[in-house]
Write a protein that binds this ligand. Structure first.
Ligand code: HEM
Length: 527
């Protein structure tokens, strides 16, 4: 009788031990590798997940910042039996950029599927298929055709900012800039004029802020990993409410296009072309939406999938560029010296290329190559307020330059923020110092240490679009307005606190004050 009581627990114990042994055998190479890397103390089952128990968006950054201080190049981090290598080692970035196989993201990105199930979270063959479809919409020729839409929406933004210049009050510059970058994405990528700025659809911006914050919280704080608990606390409902507006807009745009009589182009490309799409149809000016429509017609994707990709492009393309522009205005407001130098350059380019400005006297895409200092300031902004890390799940061994091997099965967290502040590559890592990007310094620096758009097969496809639109917006904004703030210049970008919102956001928000340049000059002259 007494023995029979022990049979069930005994079997369970043996089964558990067997599972553990199988796990250890299957993962022996990863376990051996992880044992060779230093890291914080693990507790049974949870590993290091206790470090993220109740972190909010600001806490996440602080946690990983602290870890990279203690373990500058690489740290072993365990989360519920899953091995993570958190690293800012240039060799790992380089090896991944050269590897066409290790493209999969970790399940940490899954909460972002609440926004949409699209390229950003896709893996394997699904990712390759979508990437092949969208790549041609970022060809140089296509990008150059975006000039008129950029100008039109920049003009609207400048008009909307005028009311803030008139009152002279502090305001959050991110929202108006974000509405402008949404207008730009809708028109350039989707071919739809949604008039977001004139309709003042502020809720699109605030809801995206809310949903992004919630996705990061769900991804990092293990309190919310269980979907059941997440739903029970009403969080899932709030998250879905926040993304509804964006998803509705995407539906609307696709519907508008499908119904439009002008869809006659059936351009594109053999979907199974292994040579990639860049080599074919060089002359085609198909927009992202055209390519989606073509692929719906070809039966390669469904309408529902197209909606998911539209939402993705809408998010990835609008909030990132708006964040960079808002950051730049905030930094310039605290650094009148850099602002004055930029204004001088703008003056010079304006004089040199007068004939190229448009009827509204706005700078155009063709003039951008003249702005060397602006280019340096944009890069220095992206160095600091970058997407702080990306994650990959190795499906194959990854061999580094020096022969070290990261074993398949490992999860790698590439800490771009730490790489961008590594004193080995940056003369003044924690300062805002645009000279980091002078031509001489750029030449002297090793390749692959400035990666705001990541690298390799999953490099941001919108990188050229982003730099074009940021520079164009900034050149035109600085030409018309001067930025002010009472905040002190940031002394140490490395140690500052940030919210993680894809890119880093300042915890104090994006409040600035603006004044018209002509007025400022008059006041100065009168004074
Ligand atoms: C300053 C602006 C931007 C920054 C810093 C930025 C940064 C990044 C980074 C670091 C990634 C890789 C993420 C990862 O691997 O986990 C990425 C992916 C992506 N970005 Fe951007 N991005 C910017 C602007 C844009 C724009 C303007 C677009 C579209 C118009 C865009 C579309 C995308 C898409 C679709 C992906 C997913 C690519 C894939 O998984 O294959 N981004 N971006």
């Amino acid at each position: 009788m007494e023995w029979s009581v022990l049979i069930v627990p005994g079997i369970l114990l043996v089964a558990l031990m067997a599972r553990l042994l199988i796990y250890r055998w299957r993962n022996r190479r990863v376990l051996k590798f992880m044992a060779s890397v230093p890291g914080p103390t693990c507790i049974p089952f949870f590993g290091n997940a206790y470090l993220t128990l109740r972190v909010n968006n600001t806490g996440i950054h602080q946690t990983f910042r602290q870890l990279s201080k203690e373990y500058p190049r690489a740290v072993a981090f365990w989360v519920l039996g899953e091995p993570y290598l958190v690293t800012a080692d240039r060799q790992v970035f380089n090896a991944l950029s050269l590897c066409s196989q290790n493209i999969n993201k970790t399940s940490d990105y899954d909460p972002f599927k609440a926004h949409c199930t699209a390229i950003f979270t896709a893996n394997g063959s699904e990712w390759r298929k979508i990437r092949r479809i969208i790549n041609p919409s970022f060809r140089t020729k296509v990008l150059m055709s975006f000039g008129p839409a950029f100008s039109c929406h920049t003009k609207t933004l400048l008009q909307r900012l005028q009311s803030h210049a008139d009152t002279g009050c502090y305001f959050d510059i991110l929202t108006p800039v974000h509405l402008c970058t949404i207008d730009m994405i809708c028109e350039n990528m989707m071919g739809c004029s949604m008039n977001i700025q004139n309709r003042n659809l502020v809720s699109l911006s605030t809801n995206l802020e809310r949903s992004t914050e919630m996705c990061f919280e769900k991804s990092f704080s293990f309190m919310w990993w269980s979907d059941t608990i997440y739903s029970l606390f009403g969080k899932k409902k709030r998250l879905l409410e926040a993304v509804k507006g964006m998803r509705d807009l995407a539906h609307q745009m696709l519907q508008q296009k499908l119904e439009s009589e002008n869809i006659t182009k059936l351009s594109t490309l053999p979907l199974d072309s292994s040579s990639g799409l860049e080599d074919v149809e060089k002359e085609s000016l198909s927009t992202f939406m055209d390519l989606l429509l073509d692929n719906i017609k070809l039966g390669a994707i469904t309408k529902d999938q197209a909606v998911e990709e539209i939402v993705e492009m809408f998010i990835a393309g609008s909030i990132t560029t708006a964040t960079t522009v808002a950051w730049m205005t905030k930094i310039l407001a605290t650094r009148p010296d850099i602002q004055a130098q930029l204004h001088e350059e703008i003056h010079r380019v304006q004089k040199m290329t007068e004939a190229e400005t448009d009827q509204e006297d706005l700078f155009t895409l063709g003039q951008l190559s003249q702005f060397q200092y602006l280019d340096m300031v944009v890069k220095e902004t992206l160095r600091h307020v970058t997407v702080p890390f990306v994650l990959r799940h190795l499906s194959q061994d990854l061999t580094l330059e020096d022969g070290r091997v990261l074993p398949a099965g490992l999860r790698v967290m590439l800490n771009t923020f730490t790489l961008h502040h590594d004193p080995e590559y940056w003369e003044r890592p924690s300062e805002f110092y645009p000279s980091h990007f002078s031509p001489e310094k750029e030449t002297a620096r090793p390749k692959g240490v400035f990666l705001p758009f990541m690298c390799g097969p999953r490099i941001c496809p919108g990188n050229k679009y982003a730099t074009q639109s940021i520079k164009l917006l900034m050149a035109n904004m600085i030409k018309k307005y001067e930025f002010f703030t009472e905040e002190k210049p940031c002394q140490d970008f490395l140690e500052d606190e940030y919210r993680i919102m894809f890119m880093l956001w300042p915890t104090s928000g994006f409040n600035v004050q603006i004044k018209n340049r002509s007025k400022t000059i008059r006041i100065a002259q009168n004074g």
